[in-house]
Ligand binder design. Structure first.
Ligand code: UDP
Ligand code: MG
Length: 319
């Protein structure tokens, strides 16, 4: 029986890239046909405000291997990838960006490794050509920090561009957490993984959808989802300050008994109060971050809301 490779493509305002992506991806059609594998391209329109959905619908009319799900608003790339998984079944899955920064020409090589028995083939880009220096700097710091504070392996430069077997994609769907950080989820899952490296490619058309702050908040998601080290740091800091305070109390009592009690010394007192209350607020903030994440999880809201789906030449909004 023929198997299927589903290519899941999250798209947020990518009208200029949809058709190019389709043609580039389908260049691999021959290779996969030789391996008895059909290709399905599953676009996820992540609440685009431009003509992305119209472009996808044009393709779906021409080729029934194209399918889509359109979300009711912008839910973010992680939610979009999850929506793609639920759209259609497939023995093999690969996630790819619409802007052709994940070269479709790598697909055959990735599939060869799957055939050799790897459960998942992941990619990491080497070099961050074309990226602002400050962004590369913070990205490097983030990965270094994660390595220190998390037991889960999160690889520097790892892309979401990853091919996997049905077992792995099913396990990803078994993890319906709200604060999603895929790179960590794969690390947590384990499985036999082959890493491929490729030189960074600049996006074909359009602009990046990730502002610095969006990335910063995503990295906080990564830290809170895969490490509780900041919480421990808060308690250790608290303990440390208790010890220091205790020593100071002893010193002050002894000094008062021996030398009497001069009233001078309020500047140092103010400094101590400021420092300690700062540290306290910082620690409460850390606890707040985790509390907020827990709060979002216990609500058990759906990860995304689908407004419209379409496959096999057919498009429907009534479900
Ligand atoms: N994307 C998405 N929802 C978002 C942001 C991005 O579906 O809220 C998609 C986007 O359309 C693209 C992919 O995720 O296909 C990667 O985004 P982008 O190229 O902007 O990120 P970068 O490559 O600059 O990290
Ligand atoms: Mg990109």
């Amino acid at each position: 029986m023929k198997e299927t490779l589903r290519i899941i493509v999250p798209c947020f305002n990518e009208e200029a890239n949809i058709v190019d992506f389709y043609h580039e991806a389908m260049k691999n059609e021959g290779y996969f046909a030789d391996n008895d594998v059909d290709i399905d391209i599953c676009f996820v329109d992540d609440g685009s405000t431009d003509n992305t959905l119209a472009e996808i619908k044009k393709l779906i009319k021409k080729d029934k291997r194209v399918c889509f799900v359109s979300l009711s608003r912008n839910f973010g790339k992680e939610a979009a990838m999850y929506a793609g998984l639920e759209l259609k079944d497939g023995e093999y899955t690969v996630f790819m960006d619409a802007d052709l920064q994940d070269p479709p020409s790598l697909l055959p090589e990735m599939f060869e490794y799957i055939k050799q028995g790897y459960d998942t083939v992941a990619t990491r880009r080497v070099g961050r050509k074309g990226e602002p220096m400050i962004r590369s700097f913070f990205a490097r710091c983030f990965y270094k920090l994660m390595k220190k504070i998390s037991k889960t392996e999160i690889v520097d430069g790892a892309r979401d561009f990853r091919m996997m077997t049905l077992q792995v994609s099913d396990m990803i769907m078994e993890m319906p957490e709200y604060n999603r950080f895929s790179k960590g989820l794969y690390g947590w899952l384990g499985y036999k993984t082959k890493w491929l490296e490729f030189e960074n490619v600049e996006r074909r058309k359009g602009e990046t959808k990730w502002s610095f702050w969006k990335l910063f908040s995503y990295s906080l998601d990564g830290i809170t989802a895969f490490s509780t080290a900041p919480l421990r740091m808060a308690s250790i800091l608290g303990l440390l300050f208790c010890v220091i305070a205790f020593i100071f109390i002893l010193i002050i009592i002894v000094r008062a008994l021996v030398f009497g009690d001069p009233t001078a010394g309020w500047p140092s007192l103010v400094c101590i109060i400021l420092l300690v209350s700062g540290v306290q607020l910082f620690c409460i903030g850390i606890i707040g971050e985790y509390l907020a994440k827990t709060y979002m999880e216990v609500k058990k809201r759906p990860i995304y809301v689908a407004k419209e789906i379409g496959y096999d030449h057919y498009s429907s909004s009534d479900f």
